[in-house]
Design a protein around this ligand. Sequence first.
Ligand code: TRP
Length: 482
Amino acid sequence: MHFYRYYGKIYKRQLYCFAFSETEIIMDHSKSTVAERSSFTGKIGFVLAAAGSAVGLGNIWRFPYLAAKYGGGIFLLVYIILSVTFGFTLMVAEIAIGRKTGQSPIGAFRSLDKRFSFIGVLGSIVPMLILPYYSVIGGWVIKYSVGFICGEMSNMAGGDYFGNYIGEAWEPVIWFLVFICVTALIVLFGVQKGIEKVSKIVMPVLVVLMIFVITYTFITTEGVWDGIVYYLKPDFSKFSYMTVVSAMGQLFYSMSLAMGIMITFGSYMKKGISIEKSVHQIEIFDTGIAFLAGLMIVPACVAYDPTQISKGPGLMFGVLPRIFDNMPGGAFVGAAFFIMVLLAALTSSISLMETVVSTVHDKWKLDRKLSLLIVLGASIILGLLSCFGYSIWSDVKLFGKLQFLDFFDFITNSVMMPIVALLTCIFITFIIKTKTIDDEVALSGKFKMKRLFNVMIPYIAPICLLVILVFAILEGVGVITV
Ligand code: TRP
């Protein structure tokens, strides 16, 4: 039994090691400790690895449609304010807990106070629910990549191509299965490092390509100015509690907060690296890419067809083919774009699956391959629900209005993550005290935003989270509507 536990711990460290690639840490298996190669590459390695896991479909697909749906500029403003207050403090707290305990979520809470390991358990369930529907969207991205490569661009740009496509019974299922099986194969053969390396090169190219597409759209599209104003200028009359609820959910989702991921990352960070600076950099990276994706999609949407604004998950797939269709060489640019998005999505889905597999492996002490199979099977079942929710089961509405995909998205982002975040704040305030975190952060230099932290965690964050949670649930069950 003891051996198993010990072994499990080492194994988990190995599993997560991929996320840091070769730059930051090397494993000393004989002692099960983390040794560092050089402090400079160490820091860059940490930020890149954390940002690599954070940047994904959340930034490119989810952020723009929420921004369009929940008021444009006002959503952006609320998001940025929440990001520098809430996002900052929560990420600092999670990374510090991870670094202090040197363990992954369940073990981290357990080692600080046995009674609270359930917070880690609750957080670990979130990625299990995200992975299936994340892969369904990954499947949509494959479909669009293949479509662009096969010269179907004009077709995809016309009418309600996307709506008809997801309404089909089988094709979306096939691409979903391809996406999730590729993810599983990469995890099985442990070739993440290769993908990570490729994506590190691809990411900057993606950013440059987005800037190019934005510039092109702005210069050539009639009526785009109204869209730019809509996206950038806060219109306070469009503010509603759902703006805050959705911005907060998006913040958690995009920065992989309130689900234990950052605790795991923190457990690999060495004491000398500044938590505060790293968090600022990850935030700038993550929010920057989301902002650009919004700039690419929202104004174009307003210019082409403002009725699409409230369209939701299909927004990116409706708007982008039209932009590329209007562009000389658009088929090539579009294909390159979707393939890059696919890579970004894959690195995130791999990281999600690794997390889930190692939780299953640790919790039930199962063989790693068996754990992977169980996770794959469960994810396929849950993912099928999300696929069929748009086609053969489109009549099924949870809480009277949510399709399966929306339901999983809602339950994780608007309900479970706020609960985990709230419990984390309570845990820090009453059990380990904010000073424990302050001290951990101060190990690598002065904690500049300490005052903000000490006001946010015990007072502001819990109150806001509670209010948001109540509104989200009331909205979800239909007691109130936007
Ligand atoms: N943050 C990722 C994105 O923006 C999605 C995500 C959520 C994720 N939870 C995760 C990625 C856990 C890796 C691990 O797309």
